[in-house]
Ligand binder design. Structure first.
Ligand SMILES: Cc1cc2nc3c(=O)[nH]c(=O)nc-3n(C[C@H](O)[C@H](O)[C@H](O)COP(=O)(O)O)c2cc1C
Ligand code: SF4
Length: 462
């Protein structure tokens, strides 16, 4: 057994084991309630969560308006409804045990409004809010207003220091913990800074010690650090437990709970995860948020990788460097480098005849069908992000002022689809870099475990 003592999280003594929040619908009231029931912490995602019709089935989140601002408003109202519904489900399943947290993506347009509305209508049901993907400055203020604990997700001591100095030092009472998410290993979006190399992962130990030192400096030595990203067997984390250099810790599991009986993830998605091999998870920058993210290499991701590999720079004017004319549509010819001519023509000859400009003065080559689908996806945009590179939507100004980026994709569409039994080939499959361990982990060889069985196994160190 692992020597893991209960600690106080969000005002209650619980086992320091946390199910990480996963949008869209990859962690929900059913999964988080099951974690809480075992006296742990469950986190449901408040990104386009399900709500239910009169028969108890997930209601269709049909968007009616043709106008993007109105479509966005419809999405926000659904998200509020869904957040409330998931909190109720989680609370009921937990039977009053453990703690229920809600996860919010800060880069979501109107995340603050969704958070406020959900917390206002779920008093006593939600005990904590975790929030990452960006620097959630107002999280402390918003959560404190409702007497709910807050947990910023950071990937460095520096990020926490910025948040603390600028905002959280005024809201100390409800700072429940700090989630340290390993930016090289965690599933979903990754908080790599410009100074960090995606190809040169750093061990978490020194980074955690640094975070603890910063917390101590601000008199936060009692605040737990929640370690996330690449956590699988706690046997491997013995040096981090009861270690004064790191202090009070809890462990957050993102990928591992996805194969449990209570997980909302489809069987097809679970099957893919059972077969993934080491190295099949790619850390890349295609997300329309502009952040790095980690996902399983399937045909969806391969398409984006090939598109990116086929990219060539261009100039609107003929000059000494850009000498080869390329007609990109009926009315426009641009110039590429002569050494890129073969690369461009090979793609055109292979059927990638729709040539698209990117915001970085480059071209990518896609099929006419892909171009048509992109148009549809942009027309269906619900403005889910505060700024979107794929569609150029900006919540603040209507547009980012940049060209829509054909190297990206509509993250709302794909995550919603795969989170509701959609194709596991044609959608993005976020996953942590240790997902390959499912294939050989003895726990999964007899079938899908329950959350109870998973937690019991985790407690043995396995
Ligand atoms: C499918 C998937 C979706 C995720 N979505 C979110 C999210 O919406 N918000 C968030 O803060 N973290 C998200 N995460 C990160 C997890 O909460 C967790 O911190 C991370 O997966 C930990 O790393 P691990 O996968 O190695 O356990 C997601 C992770 C996965 C695998
Ligand atoms: S196009 Fe961008 S902002 Fe619009 S719904 Fe898709 S991901 Fe969200």
């Amino acid at each position: 057994m692992i020597d893991l003592k209960p600690i106080v999280i969000s005002g209650k003594e619980v086992l320091p084991l946390i199910e990480g929040g996963k949008g869209i619908n990859a962690s929900n009231g059913f999964s988080s309630g099951a974690w809480a029931k075992e006296n742990c912490v469950g986190t449901f995602s408040a990104v386009s969560p399900d709500f239910y019709d009169e028969n108890g089935n997930p209601a269709a989140q049909t968007i009616h308006s043709k106008n993007r601002v109105e479509r966005h408003e419809e999405m926000v109202q659904y998200a509020i409804k869904g957040g409330i519904a998931q909190a109720q489900v989680a609370h009921e399943i937990s039977n009053g045990n453990g703690r229920i947290h809600m996860n919010m993506l800060w880069e979501l347009a109107d995340s603050e409004r969704i958070l406020e509305n959900v917390l206002e209508k779920t008093k006593g049901l939600i005990h904590g809010v975790t929030c990452g993907a960006g620097l959630p400055y107002r999280l402390g203020e918003l959560a404190s207003k409702f007497g709910v604990y807050y947990y910023p997700i950071v990937s460095s001591a520096r990020a926490f220091q910025i948040l603390w100095k600028r905002a959280y030092s005024k809201f100390t009472e409800f700072l429940g913990g700090v989630v340290y998410e390993d930016p090289w290993l965690a599933g979903g979006h990754n908080g790599l800074s410009n100074a960090e190399n995606p190809n040169e992962p750093q061990k978490p130990y020194n980074r955690l010690v640094e975070l603890r030192q910063v917390l101590n400096k601000f008199n936060l030595s009692n605040i737990p650090i929640i370690i996330a990203g690449g956590v699988w067997n706690l046997d491997e984390w013995k040096d981090y437990i009861n270690n004064p250099e790191i202090g009070k810790v809890a462990f957050q599991f993102g990928t591992r709970p996805m194969i449990t009986k209570e997980s909302p993830v489809s069987q097809a998605w679970q099957k893919v995860m059972m077969q993934v091999k080491k190295g099949d998870v790619i850390l890349q920058k295609f997300s329309p948020t502009g952040f790095f993210s980690s996902a399983i290499k399937n045909s969806f991701l391969e398409k984006l990788i090939n598109r990116k590999n086929g990219e060539v720079p261009f100039s609107k004017e003929l000059d000494d460097t850009y000498t080869y004319p390329l007609k990109i549509n009926d009315s426009k010819t641009v110039y590429i480098k002569s050494e890129d001519a073969e690369k461009a023509n090979n793609q055109i000859n292979a059927g990638f005849t729709s040539i698209q400009e990117t915001p970085d003065a480059t071209l990518v080559f896609i099929t006419p069908e892909e171009a048509k689908q992109m148009k549809i996806d942009r027309a269906n945009c619900v403005g889910c992000l505060s700024q979107c590179q794929f569609s150029s939507w900006s919540k603040a100004d209507g547009s980012t002022g940049k060209l829509p980026d054909p190297r990206s994709y509509c993250i709302h569409k794909t995550l919603f689809d795969v989170g509701h039994n959609g194709s596991v080939k044609d959608n993005l499959l976020f996953a942590g870099h240790h997902v390959y361990r499912f294939a050989t982990d003895p726990l999964y060889q007899k079938g899908v475990p329950s959350v109870k069985e998973l937690i019991a196994t985790i407690l043995t160190g396995k």
